[in-house]
Design a protein around this ligand. Structure first.
Ligand code: 1GP
Length: 245
Protein backbone atom coordinates (compact mmCIF):
# COMPACT_ATOMS: atom_id res chain seq x y z
CA UNK A 1 0.00 0.00 0.00
CA UNK A 2 1.31 3.47 -0.83
CA UNK A 3 1.41 6.21 1.80
CA UNK A 4 -1.24 8.06 -0.20
CA UNK A 5 -3.57 5.04 -0.06
CA UNK A 6 -2.87 4.66 3.66
CA UNK A 7 -3.74 8.32 4.35
CA UNK A 8 -6.89 8.27 2.19
CA UNK A 9 -8.11 5.04 3.82
CA UNK A 10 -7.46 6.41 7.31
CA UNK A 11 -9.23 9.69 6.51
CA UNK A 12 -12.30 7.73 5.43
CA UNK A 13 -12.53 6.48 9.04
CA UNK A 14 -12.35 10.05 10.40
CA UNK A 15 -9.96 12.93 10.98
CA UNK A 16 -6.34 11.85 11.34
CA UNK A 17 -3.48 13.41 13.30
CA UNK A 18 -0.03 13.95 11.84
CA UNK A 19 2.93 15.04 13.94
CA UNK A 20 5.54 17.25 12.30
CA UNK A 21 9.21 17.12 13.30
CA UNK A 22 11.88 19.52 12.09
CA UNK A 23 15.10 17.51 11.55
CA UNK A 24 17.14 20.59 12.45
CA UNK A 25 15.66 20.75 15.95
CA UNK A 26 16.70 17.35 17.40
CA UNK A 27 18.93 14.42 16.47
CA UNK A 28 17.63 11.18 14.99
CA UNK A 29 17.56 9.31 18.28
CA UNK A 30 15.42 12.01 19.92
CA UNK A 31 13.14 12.15 16.86
CA UNK A 32 12.63 8.39 17.17
CA UNK A 33 11.71 8.73 20.84
CA UNK A 34 9.16 11.45 20.05
CA UNK A 35 7.69 9.37 17.20
CA UNK A 36 7.29 6.37 19.50
CA UNK A 37 5.43 8.57 21.98
CA UNK A 38 3.23 9.98 19.20
CA UNK A 39 2.39 6.49 17.92
CA UNK A 40 1.33 5.52 21.45
CA UNK A 41 -0.72 8.73 21.68
CA UNK A 42 -2.58 7.71 18.49
CA UNK A 43 -0.91 9.73 15.71
CA UNK A 44 -1.39 8.30 12.23
CA UNK A 45 1.73 9.53 10.40
CA UNK A 46 4.91 11.56 10.85
CA UNK A 47 5.75 14.54 8.68
CA UNK A 48 9.39 15.66 8.52
CA UNK A 49 10.39 19.16 7.46
CA UNK A 50 11.33 22.71 8.32
CA UNK A 51 11.83 26.06 6.62
CA UNK A 52 15.62 26.17 7.19
CA UNK A 53 18.49 23.89 8.20
CA UNK A 54 17.21 20.65 6.61
CA UNK A 55 19.97 18.58 4.96
CA UNK A 56 19.99 15.22 3.17
CA UNK A 57 21.74 13.80 6.25
CA UNK A 58 19.49 15.08 9.06
CA UNK A 59 16.41 14.30 6.95
CA UNK A 60 17.58 10.71 6.32
CA UNK A 61 18.62 10.14 9.95
CA UNK A 62 15.31 11.47 11.24
CA UNK A 63 13.25 9.34 8.83
CA UNK A 64 15.21 6.16 9.61
CA UNK A 65 14.92 6.63 13.39
CA UNK A 66 11.22 7.45 13.21
CA UNK A 67 10.51 4.30 11.20
CA UNK A 68 12.60 2.08 13.46
CA UNK A 69 11.12 3.50 16.67
CA UNK A 70 7.46 3.86 15.68
CA UNK A 71 6.73 2.09 12.38
CA UNK A 72 4.63 5.11 11.39
CA UNK A 73 4.72 6.17 7.73
CA UNK A 74 7.01 9.13 7.08
CA UNK A 75 6.27 12.03 4.76
CA UNK A 76 8.84 14.61 3.73
CA UNK A 77 7.28 18.07 4.05
CA UNK A 78 9.86 20.07 2.08
CA UNK A 79 10.78 23.61 3.03
CA UNK A 80 13.01 23.90 -0.05
CA UNK A 81 14.20 21.72 -2.94
CA UNK A 82 17.68 21.49 -1.38
CA UNK A 83 17.29 18.32 0.69
CA UNK A 84 15.96 14.91 -0.34
CA UNK A 85 16.31 11.40 1.04
CA UNK A 86 15.14 8.00 -0.04
CA UNK A 87 14.86 7.06 3.64
CA UNK A 88 11.54 8.91 3.70
CA UNK A 89 8.54 6.86 2.55
CA UNK A 90 6.94 9.69 0.56
CA UNK A 91 7.09 13.39 -0.15
CA UNK A 92 4.39 16.05 -0.29
CA UNK A 93 5.03 17.34 -3.81
CA UNK A 94 3.63 20.73 -3.04
CA UNK A 95 3.01 24.07 -4.63
CA UNK A 96 2.57 27.18 -2.48
CA UNK A 97 -0.33 28.34 -4.61
CA UNK A 98 -0.62 31.81 -3.08
CA UNK A 99 3.07 32.62 -3.28
CA UNK A 100 3.96 35.76 -5.23
CA UNK A 101 7.07 34.01 -6.54
CA UNK A 102 7.03 31.50 -9.42
CA UNK A 103 9.91 29.72 -7.69
CA UNK A 104 7.64 28.46 -4.87
CA UNK A 105 4.68 27.83 -7.17
CA UNK A 106 6.42 25.64 -9.80
CA UNK A 107 10.13 26.32 -10.42
CA UNK A 108 11.48 24.68 -7.25
CA UNK A 109 9.40 21.61 -8.09
CA UNK A 110 10.64 21.49 -11.68
CA UNK A 111 14.22 21.55 -10.38
CA UNK A 112 13.65 18.77 -7.82
CA UNK A 113 11.51 16.51 -10.01
CA UNK A 114 14.44 14.67 -11.69
CA UNK A 115 16.02 13.78 -8.36
CA UNK A 116 12.75 12.64 -6.80
CA UNK A 117 12.14 10.40 -9.81
CA UNK A 118 15.68 9.05 -9.69
CA UNK A 119 15.42 8.24 -5.98
CA UNK A 120 12.02 6.61 -6.56
CA UNK A 121 10.26 8.50 -3.76
CA UNK A 122 6.45 8.31 -3.70
CA UNK A 123 4.97 11.74 -4.43
CA UNK A 124 1.67 12.97 -2.99
CA UNK A 125 0.61 16.20 -4.67
CA UNK A 126 -0.50 18.96 -2.38
CA UNK A 127 -1.84 22.48 -2.81
CA UNK A 128 -0.37 24.58 -0.01
CA UNK A 129 -2.35 27.67 0.94
CA UNK A 130 -0.85 30.17 3.37
CA UNK A 131 -3.28 31.86 5.75
CA UNK A 132 -2.29 34.81 7.96
CA UNK A 133 -0.07 35.22 9.95
CA UNK A 134 1.88 32.77 7.74
CA UNK A 135 4.98 32.98 9.93
CA UNK A 136 8.41 31.89 8.63
CA UNK A 137 7.07 29.73 5.81
CA UNK A 138 4.95 32.61 4.52
CA UNK A 139 7.95 34.91 4.61
CA UNK A 140 10.40 32.48 3.00
CA UNK A 141 7.83 31.48 0.39
CA UNK A 142 6.92 35.12 -0.38
CA UNK A 143 3.26 34.33 0.22
CA UNK A 144 0.39 36.74 -0.09
CA UNK A 145 -1.34 35.26 2.99
CA UNK A 146 -5.10 34.89 3.05
CA UNK A 147 -6.68 37.11 5.70
CA UNK A 148 -9.11 35.54 8.14
CA UNK A 149 -12.09 37.30 6.54
CA UNK A 150 -11.06 36.39 2.96
CA UNK A 151 -12.97 33.15 3.00
CA UNK A 152 -13.95 33.23 -0.67
CA UNK A 153 -10.32 33.70 -1.64
CA UNK A 154 -9.37 30.60 0.38
CA UNK A 155 -12.16 28.62 -1.30
CA UNK A 156 -11.00 29.80 -4.73
CA UNK A 157 -7.44 28.58 -4.18
CA UNK A 158 -8.62 25.26 -2.73
CA UNK A 159 -10.99 24.66 -5.65
CA UNK A 160 -8.24 25.51 -8.11
CA UNK A 161 -6.02 22.88 -6.41
CA UNK A 162 -8.77 20.29 -6.83
CA UNK A 163 -9.31 21.28 -10.47
CA UNK A 164 -5.58 20.90 -11.12
CA UNK A 165 -5.94 17.31 -9.90
CA UNK A 166 -3.95 17.68 -6.69
CA UNK A 167 -4.36 14.89 -4.14
CA UNK A 168 -4.68 17.06 -1.05
CA UNK A 169 -5.08 20.67 0.01
CA UNK A 170 -3.44 22.22 3.08
CA UNK A 171 -4.57 25.37 4.93
CA UNK A 172 -1.46 26.59 6.75
CA UNK A 173 -1.35 29.39 9.35
CA UNK A 174 2.41 28.89 9.77
CA UNK A 175 4.39 27.08 12.42
CA UNK A 176 4.03 28.76 15.81
CA UNK A 177 1.14 30.98 14.65
CA UNK A 178 -0.68 32.79 17.45
CA UNK A 179 -3.99 32.22 15.64
CA UNK A 180 -4.77 28.96 13.85
CA UNK A 181 -6.82 28.85 10.63
CA UNK A 182 -10.33 30.02 11.61
CA UNK A 183 -13.02 27.30 11.73
CA UNK A 184 -15.27 29.33 9.38
CA UNK A 185 -12.59 29.15 6.68
CA UNK A 186 -12.04 25.42 7.26
CA UNK A 187 -15.73 24.66 6.93
CA UNK A 188 -16.19 26.81 3.81
CA UNK A 189 -13.26 25.07 2.09
CA UNK A 190 -14.43 21.65 3.23
CA UNK A 191 -17.90 22.28 1.77
CA UNK A 192 -16.45 23.40 -1.56
CA UNK A 193 -13.86 20.70 -2.31
CA UNK A 194 -13.94 16.94 -2.39
CA UNK A 195 -10.20 16.31 -1.95
CA UNK A 196 -9.01 15.81 1.66
CA UNK A 197 -8.24 18.94 3.66
CA UNK A 198 -5.20 19.25 5.94
CA UNK A 199 -5.07 22.04 8.54
CA UNK A 200 -2.06 23.17 10.56
CA UNK A 201 -0.23 26.01 12.20
CA UNK A 202 -0.69 27.20 15.78
CA UNK A 203 -2.74 24.22 16.98
CA UNK A 204 -1.53 23.40 20.49
CA UNK A 205 -4.61 22.81 22.64
CA UNK A 206 -7.33 20.13 22.58
CA UNK A 207 -9.87 22.95 22.06
CA UNK A 208 -8.14 24.26 18.92
CA UNK A 209 -7.74 20.72 17.56
CA UNK A 210 -11.38 19.91 18.20
CA UNK A 211 -12.53 23.16 16.58
CA UNK A 212 -10.54 22.32 13.42
CA UNK A 213 -11.92 18.77 13.34
CA UNK A 214 -15.52 19.85 13.88
CA UNK A 215 -15.14 22.45 11.13
CA UNK A 216 -14.21 19.66 8.70
CA UNK A 217 -10.44 19.11 8.70
CA UNK A 218 -9.55 15.63 7.43
CA UNK A 219 -6.06 15.83 8.90
CA UNK A 220 -4.64 17.99 11.67
CA UNK A 221 -0.93 18.75 11.89
CA UNK A 222 0.88 19.75 15.05
CA UNK A 223 4.58 20.56 15.07
CA UNK A 224 5.76 23.04 17.70
CA UNK A 225 3.48 21.51 20.33
CA UNK A 226 4.82 18.00 19.70
CA UNK A 227 8.43 19.18 19.90
CA UNK A 228 7.91 21.20 23.08
CA UNK A 229 5.33 19.30 25.14
CA UNK A 230 6.76 16.97 27.77
CA UNK A 231 3.38 16.16 29.28
CA UNK A 232 2.19 12.84 27.79
CA UNK A 233 -1.36 13.41 28.97
CA UNK A 234 -1.55 16.71 27.05
CA UNK A 235 -0.05 15.07 23.97
CA UNK A 236 -2.68 12.35 24.08
CA UNK A 237 -5.42 14.94 24.65
CA UNK A 238 -4.47 16.94 21.55
CA UNK A 239 -4.21 13.80 19.39
CA UNK A 240 -7.54 12.53 20.70
CA UNK A 241 -9.23 15.89 20.14
CA UNK A 242 -7.81 15.94 16.59
CA UNK A 243 -9.11 12.46 15.80
CA UNK A 244 -12.30 12.57 17.86
CA UNK A 245 -11.70 8.95 18.85
C1 1GP B 1 3.62 24.01 10.19
O1 1GP B 1 1.33 23.43 10.12
C2 1GP B 1 2.55 23.10 10.66
O2 1GP B 1 3.98 23.79 8.89
C3 1GP B 1 2.55 22.98 12.14
O3 1GP B 1 2.51 24.21 12.82
O4 1GP B 1 4.33 24.13 14.51
O5 1GP B 1 2.37 25.63 14.86
O6 1GP B 1 2.12 23.17 15.04
P1 1GP B 1 2.85 24.29 14.39
Amino acid sequence: MTVKEYLINKMKEGTIHMALLDPDKQDGREAGAIAKKMKEAGSDAMMIGGSTGVTNENLGDTARSIKEASGLPTIHFPGSPNALSKEVDSIFFMSMVNSTSPFWIMNAQAGASFYIKKLGIETISLGYIIVEPGMKVGEVGKADPIKHDEIERAVGYALACEMFGMDLVYLEAGSGADRPVPPAMISAVKKAVSIPLIVGGGIRTPEAAEAARLAGADAIVTGTFVERCSDDYMLRSVVKASRGR
